[in-house]
Design a protein around this ligand. Structure first.
Ligand code: HEM
Ligand code: HEM
Length: 236
């Protein structure tokens, strides 16, 4: 499999044509896929554990989300091509143009996130960061986040409200994210979920194969992220 670095992933070597044969191409690396599905499970578990007041488990789940987010942010700079921010954040205008064509049935030529999806991904990552970050400073009836005592009661109360509100903002972003994926399946007949599970997609053979970063690098970054969260929480 060609591993050459590709500065413009989404740009085919020629315009996509109906007669170009399709190829099963690797588009998402394992760390990004594991990050995604772990976040889905942890979001659900964070909600259930908050509802049931399983405080220690809620904290543990939140620390894991925080660790994964730190990993994902770093991976957005040094990871595989399709996970890099500079690859999937295109101009907002390109995002709007992409949205205008959502109803059109057309073959999939996207190797990574599309121009609109990229901004949505960034919004979800930011909302997740705000959610997990404010949790550290939150307080409940008989529980306090590890950094709550650092900011005083008034600020902790305010950050607790933000923690509640931002959960619903995150939920709204996620609902739209899932609706968009359903719309892609319904209108464009593009199965994005399978690619997020298997890492592979059927794409025109003239698209350039992305470069994939080493899983060892991913493991190192994940370990460093876990260490940073551990230090933050234990020195609190
Ligand atoms: C808690 C719920 C969810 C959150 C917070 C979430 C968040 C995200 C994020 C941050 C990404 C970008 C991945 C990356 O580059 O790191 C993403 C992509 C994706 N998610 Fe989700 N997601 C959620 C639920 C789901 C569900 C339930 C599905 C399946 C129906 C799904 C399908 C996908 C797909 C297919 C992509 C890739 C989209 C593309 O091809 O550009 N997500 N999601
Ligand atoms: C993405 C990660 C997280 C999600 C989705 C989440 C979600 C929630 C939700 C839905 C609530 C209930 C809010 C309400 O009562 O209206 C809550 C409460 C709370 N969360 Fe989180 N949380 C996360 C991370 C964290 C973290 C990292 C901490 C601290 C280490 C934390 C500490 C708290 C505290 C102290 C409460 C108040 C508990 C109570 O009222 O008894 N959360 N969280």
């Amino acid at each position: 499999m060609a591993q050459s670095r590709s500065p413009a992933l989404r740009r085919p070597t020629g315009p996509p044509q109906p007669r170009v044969p399709n190829l099963l191409m690797r588009v998402w690396d394992a760390p990004t896929r594991l990050f995604h599905w772990a976040i889905v499970l942890l979001m659900a578990f964070s909600y259930v554990s908050a509802l049931r007041e399983w405080n220690q488990l809620h904290f543990l789940s939140g620390y894991t989300v925080l660790t994964l987010l730190l990993f994902r942010l770093a991976w957005g700079f040094v990871g595989s091509d399709t996970s890099r921010f500079r690859q999937f954040l295109r101009s907002p205008l390109a995002g709007l143009r992409h949205l205008a064509a959502v109803g059109q049935r057309e073959p999939d030529t996207e190797i990574g996130h599309n121009a609109a999806g990229g901004w949505w991904v960034l919004a979800m990552l930011a909302a997740l960061l705000i959610e997990a970050g404010t949790g550290l400073f939150s307080n409940g009836s008989d529980v306090k986040g590890p950094l709550a005592h650092r900011v005083g009661k008034a600020a902790s109360d305010w950050l607790s409200s933000l923690h509640s509100v931002s959960f619903y903002v995150l939920l709204a972003l996620v609902v739209i994210h899932i609706l968009a994926i359903i719309a892609y399946a319904a209108f464009k007949r593009q199965d994005l979920v399978r690619a997020m599970v298997t890492g592979r997609k059927r794409l025109p053979a003239n698209l350039r194969q992305p470069h994939f970063a080493s899983p060892l690098l991913a493991a190192g970054i994940l370990a460093a992220a876990a260490g940073a969260v551990w230090v933050l929480v234990s020195l609190a």
